[in-house]
Structure formats: structure tokens, C-alpha cells
Design a binder for this molecule. Structure first.
Ligand code: SF4
Ligand SMILES: [Zn+2]
Length: 374
């Protein structure tokens, strides 16, 4: 009998050898993407929001410390975290965060921090993350950590303002699912939320995602994960409707430009100074251009997508059948290498050195006491 989660099946479909190295050899990369830690922190905070808990604190705590390969680590300055370039947005970093960065890295002021980070990004283009000094890695990561800290807060406010009012009743949170076939092979998973949703005649099985890009409008219909969760819960909740709530990590700035001299609103224009035409007082002369300085401000706001679809039985059966086949394949103990998956757009597989160079560099083996979760 084998137990397969949605993420394990994804890894298997990506490359069976990767599955073997991950789940059977228990090998892990020493580093992990920030997206995973961040997604966990947002998931936990949203969960707290639904039970009227202190979701801001839950987010901050979870974004502060999390487990990596069986050990709790401080995320802030950790050099074991890999950030995406799109995570960085210096405009979102708070002044007190800049102050902390100044103190920690002996930099004079905010501008010095910004220039240092930009210089490190330039160097990284030449030598890669590994070629940076420890201090450079740590400053880069801490600056990114502060950006995601602010992005997370903005995204949670977006959930509160735009998502919560649509939920008329929460039916379950983080519900564990388990599908067993006649051979006692099990498929397992956790469903973020099942709820009643304004204007929907049936309950909806939702998964929360944080993303750098827009999801396609038919993403729900193409999701093995949602098909599986729907199959597992459709009878219990009498629904075949599932959805993604996608929170985008690229924050909308809502820039405003107000003239300091005459309060003219020049938002959206490209003029370097105030373009208002003011009447010349006491004369009948034609008006003159104000030319006052702009005061620029941003009001950051998260954008989101709610994608909902009914998942046909045909798709649900396809996914469940495929997971049964994967379970069967795992039991045969044959794990072919999918060599087409070794290098992707976003980088190399974490086992690249192992498979191609026979080297275990950059990998650790989880000890037996560490749970073999995702
Ligand atoms: S490097 Fe290639 S063959 Fe090896 S586990 Fe990764 S994807 Fe599979
Ligand atoms: Zn003006």
C-alpha cells in the first residue's frame, strides 16, 4: 500500500527519479524557495482570519520562523532561501525596516541600502547567488524578506476587504482528505476552505494561491489538485464546484502626484513639475504655468483573481485513475529519469548535480525523525 499526496504525484509526474530521491532517499536541497515559505505564512494567516484570530500576528510569526529540512530557521536574513527577482520592491520597504538594515549592515542611510542592494543584484547577474559574499547574500535576502513582509500584509488586507464579504458560511478549514482504493493505496491532501459563496447555489471547494503571474481563466478546469479535492468532497458537500483564490505578489502602487504649491492633482501625467495653468492675480494677463514640485505618494494595493468552475465527473475520474496508476508504478520500484525535466525556464532541478555529475553537493538527507511531508 502506498500513500500519495497531490504534491508527491506532481513530483512523480515531473520526474519519477525525482520522486524516488525526494520521498524514498529523503534527499532535500539545502535551500528552498521563498515562495514556499511565503505561501505557508499566507495560508496560515488566512486560516486565522476565517476564525477571527489575530491573522496579522500569525502571518508575522510564520514569516519569521519556519522549518527547513527538520530545523527551525529564522527566515529574515537566512541565506538558505531563494527569492525571485520579482519579490523585490524597494518602494514597499518601511523606513524602520531600512533603519534595521542600516544598523545590521553598517550602512549610512536608506539610499545607501538601496544602492547596495542594486549593486548586489548587478554582481549576482555576473557571478550568480553562490558567487556573492555571505554579507551580500544576507543583505539581499533580508531586503527581500522585508518586501515580502509588506506584500503579505497588503495581500491579507485584500482578502479581508474583497474576499471575506463573499463568504456567507465557512463549512470547513484545512480539511484532511483521504481516498482509498481496493488495494488500500491512499491519496491524501488538505483542502484550504470549503464555504458557501455569495450567489453560488452550491458550496465551493477553494484553494488559496499566491502567485507572481495571472492564472489562466480556465485554471480550475486544468487543475489536478482541485479535481482530486472535489472528487474527495463532492458527496459530503453536495457540490462539484471548485475554485482558486489567487493573490498576486506584484503589488499595484496607485501612485498620486499632488502639487505642493497649488494642490493640483497631476496623477498619471509625466510632467516633471506642476502643469497647472494659474491665473495671474490682479491682472487680466493670460495664465502662467505653476511649475510647483510634485509630492508623490503610493497607496499599495494587492490584486487578486477568484476563479470558479464546476469540475465534470470525467475530469475527476481521470485524475483519480491517474493517481492510482502512479501508486502502482511506485510499487513496482521502477523510477525512470525524465531527462526533459532537468532544466526548466526557472532553473535546474535540485538533483541536477546528483544525476548529471554524481555529486551530493547542496543536498542533505533528512533524518528518520523528520516527517517526509512535501
Ligand atoms: S536532474 Fe533530471 S533526472 Fe535527475 S531527478 Fe531532476 S529531473 Fe529527474
Ligand atoms: Zn501647482
Amino acid at each position: 500500500m502506498n500513500k500519495l499526496s497531490h504534491s508527491a504525484s506532481n513530483i512523480f509526474m515531473d520526474c519519477p527519479e525525482k520522486y524516488r530521491l525526494h520521498y524514498q532517499q529523503r534527499l532535500r536541497s539545502k535551500t528552498q524557495s521563498a515562495a514556499l515559505f511565503f505561501g505557508t505564512a499566507i495560508d496560515k494567516a488566512v486560516g486565522a482570519m476565517f476564525i477571527n484570530g489575530d491573522y496579522k500576528k500569525v502571518f508575522e510569526d510564520t514569516w519569521m520562523t519556519q522549518e527547513l529540512n527538520g530545523k527551525m530557521i529564522d527566515l529574515a536574513g537566512s541565506t538558505q532561501i531563494v527569492y525571485a527577482e520579482s519579490d523585490y520592491d524597494e518602494e514597499l520597504i518601511h523606513d524602520d525596516a531600512f533603519q534595521n538594515l542600516c544598523n545590521d549592515y553598517k550602512l549610512q542611510d536608506k539610499l545607501a541600502v538601496i544602492l547596495s542592494v542594486n549593486a548586489i543584484y548587478d554582481k549576482k547577474k555576473e557571478v550568480g547567488f553562490e558567487g556573492l559574499t555571505l554579507d551580500e547574500k544576507s543583505l539581499l535576502n533580508e531586503a527581500n524578506w522585508y518586501c515580502l513582509l509588506e506584500k503579505g500584509k497588503i495581500m491579507l488586507e485584500c482578502v479581508k476587504k474583497h474576499i471575506m464579504p463573499n463568504i456567507t458560511e465557512v463549512l470547513s478549514l484545512q480539511e484532511a482528505i483521504k481516498l482509498e482504493n481496493s488495494e488500500k493505496d491512499a491519496i491524501t491532501g488538505y483542502v484550504d476552505i470549503v464555504c458557501k459563496w455569495k450567489d453560488s447555489p452550491t458550496p465551493i471547494i477553494f484553494d488559496f494561491k499566491t502567485a507572481t503571474r495571472q492564472y489562466d481563466s480556465d485554471a480550475v478546469l486544468k487543475s489536478p489538485q482541485l479535481a482530486l479535492y472535489t472528487h474527495a468532497l463532492s458527496k459530503k458537500y453536495n457540490t462539484n464546484t471548485a475554485g482558486f483564490i489567487v493573490l498576486h505578489k506584484t503589488i499595484k502602487k496607485n501612485r498620486t502626484k499632488i502639487c505642493e504649491k497649488c494642490s493640483f492633482d497631476g496623477s498619471g501625467t509625466r510632467h516633471k513639475t506642476c502643469s497647472a495653468e494659474l491665473p495671474t492675480p490682479g491682472t487680466k494677463l493670460k495664465s502662467i504655468r505653476c511649475n510647483g514640485e510634485w509630492k508623490e505618494t503610493i497607496t499599495p494595493e494587492a490584486t487578486f483573481q477568484v476563479l470558479i468552475n464546476e469540475i465534470p465527473a470525467q475530469i475527476q475520474n481521470l485524475i483519480v485513475e491517474n493517481m492510482d496508476v502512479i501508486n502502482e508504478s511506485i510499487k513496482t520500484g521502477i523510477f525512470p529519469r525524465n531527462l526533459g525535466s532537468c532544466i526548466k525556464n526557472y532553473g535546474k532541478c535540485q538533483f541536477y548535480n546528483k544525476c548529471w555529475l554524481g555529486s551530493n553537493e547542496g543536498l542533505v538527507k533528512l533524518d528518520e525523525n523528520t516527517t517526509n511531508k512535501k
